[in-house]
Design a protein around this ligand. Structure first.
Ligand SMILES: CC(C)(COP(=O)(O)OP(=O)(O)OC[C@H]1O[C@@H](n2cnc3c(N)ncnc32)[C@H](O)[C@@H]1OP(=O)(O)O)[C@@H](O)C(=O)NCCC(=O)NCCS
Length: 235
């Protein structure tokens, strides 16, 4: 109970830390009365306690009532750390075996779901300080590392290491600790767009093929890179 209250206080504080709109004089009242993301997490904290006490049905019913009111569906089994903030709320879905670290932020329309083919732990794990942009989908039993930013509208189906920015469908890493990811840096300086990067690789491969007498596949950097990325794509 004390732990739940502590978590709710941290969730309340998180709204002020992360939403500039909540800093008016009566901001605290505004948050209490009108922030559906905050209402959803408070309800979840209670549902989760009931779920862990193995009380049947009641947590699910409460979470469905909360969904009806807030537009946020969090399965009572989901484990969520302190300082959790859902901005705007509507359309967020969080699956049963999801694990969320501390100080995570989700925007509206985010799904933390399964792929439909897994059993057991089938939803993602989000580590501390992850931010997930509006409408992004993170699917399957994958791990999103600390301080990762997931761009709005992305669909992420593979684990992402700490400190990355991932965007697009399927989600591709476009920054690692604020820099271009080293494994796809072709010294083209200004090429963070993953589709453009793939096109450059293809162009390079064609150049190698057309010059195939000089190109030794075993020593050719481009061939090695293409092989590495194709292998990653298949995993
Ligand atoms: C991903 C995000 C967090 C920015 O992270 P960042 O580490 O600062 O990354 P940058 O802004 O440097 O962008 C890196 C590259 O990804 C691209 N990018 C950023 N967000 C993207 C997105 N959602 N989809 C596709 N590409 C995106 C940028 O254009 C940039 O490419 P460029 O270098 O070719 O211009 C931000 O763009 C985002 O999507 N935030 C979500 C915000 C949101 O949902 N708001 C809702 C408010 S209601």
């Amino acid at each position: 109970m004390i732990k739940t209250t502590f978590f709710i206080m941290k969730d309340f504080k998180a709204v002020f830390d992360r939403d500039p709109a909540a800093r008016s004089i009566l901001g605290w009242l505004e948050v209490l009365l009108t922030y559906s993301g905050f209402h959803a997490i408070v309800s979840h904290r209670i549902c989760h306690v009931l779920f862990k006490m193995k009380i049947p049905l009641v947590p699910r019913i409460l979470s469905q009532i909360t969904r009806f009111i807030t537009g946020v569906e969090i399965h009572p089994g989901a484990t969520i750390g302190e300082g959790f903030f859902i901005d705007h709320g509507m359309g967020v879905v969080i699956g049963e075996t999801t694990e969320i670290g501390n100080n995570v932020t989700l925007y509206q329309g985010v799904t933390l779901g399964g792929t439909g083919k897994e059993t057991g732990k089938r939803h993602p794990t989000l580590q501390d300080n992850v931010v997930v942009g509006a409408g992004a989908k993170i699917l399957g039993n994958i791990t999103i590392g600390k301080n990762v930013k997931v761009g709005a509208g992305s669909v992420v189906v593979r684990s992402i290491p700490d400190g990355c920015t991932v965007v697009g469908v399927p989600g591709m890493i476009v920054r690692q600790e604020g820099k271009l990811p080293s494994e796809i840096n072709l010294d083209h300086g200004d090429l963070p767009n993953p589709i453009r990067q793939r096109l450059i690789l293809l162009q390079k491969e064609i150049e190698c093929l057309s010059d195939h007498i000089k190109c030794d596949k075993d020593s050719c950097e481009v061939h090695k890179m293409v092989e590495k990325i194709t292998k990653n794509d298949k995993q």
